[in-house]
Design a protein around this ligand. Sequence first.
Ligand SMILES: *[C@@H]1O[C@H](CO)[C@@H](O)[C@H](O)[C@H]1NC(C)=O
Ligand SMILES: *[C@@H]1O[C@H](CO)[C@@H](O)[C@H](O)[C@H]1NC(C)=O
Ligand SMILES: *[C@@H]1O[C@H](CO)[C@@H](O)[C@H](O)[C@H]1NC(C)=O
Length: 346
Amino acid sequence: MNRILSFIIIFSFNWITACAFKKNKFENNQLNQFSLQEKGDYPVIGILDSPVSRFLKSSGIDKKDTMIPSSYVKFIKYTGARVLRIPYQASEAKLDYFLQNINGLLLTGGSQLVRYEKTKIMSEYGRKVKYLLKKAIEINQNGNTFPVYGICNGFSQIICSMSTNDTNICDVLTYKHHKAERKKIKFTQPLNQPFSSMKKQIIDTLQRENLLLFYHSLYLEPKFFQQNSLLNAQFQISSLSSDYQDIQFISSIHHKSYPIFADVFHPEKATFEWKPNYISHKIESMFFSFYIAKYFIQQASKNNHSTSEELIQDFLEFKEDSTLIETPMLSYQSIYLFKYNSTYLQ
Ligand SMILES: *[C@@H]1O[C@H](CO)[C@@H](O)[C@H](O)[C@H]1NC(C)=O
Ligand SMILES: *[C@@H]1O[C@H](CO)[C@@H](O)[C@H](O)[C@H]1NC(C)=O
Ligand SMILES: *[C@@H]1O[C@H](CO)[C@@H](O)[C@H](O)[C@H]1NC(C)=O
């Protein structure tokens, strides 16, 4: 708690100094553009939980339990929005209920499998993401706005979810060895969403310096994206990066019609994680992180769903049976752990 508090103080202090003394660097600072559409209440973002990481071995943890790394929760909360856990093990009917009670959905990074490599069958997690994406698209098609944002593994989840019975889009993804690396990115020109109104100062810095943290095991080459008419028809590329072997891969996509988008890099780590210890906490990385979160929440504030009193009283902000545990063996500071038999699922 102390650590979190001191971070907030340091962070706000940096922010204030950045605004006060570096005005010429960040003229029209990002905060000026941050106006939520007033809807009486701040948006509620659903975060899909995931199976406990296979690296998390402890006596108190059942392998059926689920988790959300706390940095994703903070990433949402520091925009002023609130969070609700969406249990991936819930039935489709229950997922429908949750969807009606949230204004947007976040798909986290992690090591959750999209599909089993040998059999090519989608995992339960993968199938639930596909269901949620299908519903999210329907909500948007019906004239309401419903954003979905995927980070890292969430990027692969969104790509795979576009599969049909005839085409398994997971096949466009290439497997690479897991390795945390800091890279620069190249924004497509003219800028696509979510980056269209980002400041030139930040664009230039991120294109010049290796600041963004990548930690992924699947990547998508632009040529495979272009060759796939299903992906091409629905998504556009917003940024590219390249591997240590100089293989170009897509680092951001955005749906052509709806606020459904994904990044392979980790914006939440710049602000809320310190492992690996070479994560960049430079002011440009922080502003970029906040910019993406802000874009997401602004879209969510256009959504007209409202959260039921029952969920607000008992489950918003994980008031249900959850435990925040420190995770020295993982690349996260801490995670929220949810018991598989929690009453929330019933
Ligand atoms: C929300 O917006 C959609 C699309 O405009 C509309 O059909 C629906 O009735 C609205 N729901 C509420 C609760 O206002
Ligand atoms: C795809 O397969 C599922 C399950 O086998 C089936 O329920 C669904 O109707 C199929 N969809 C189409 C468009 O054929
Ligand atoms: C869940 O399981 C644990 C361990 O078996 C038990 O102590 C707890 O009471 C159960 N909770 C519910 C809500 O069933």
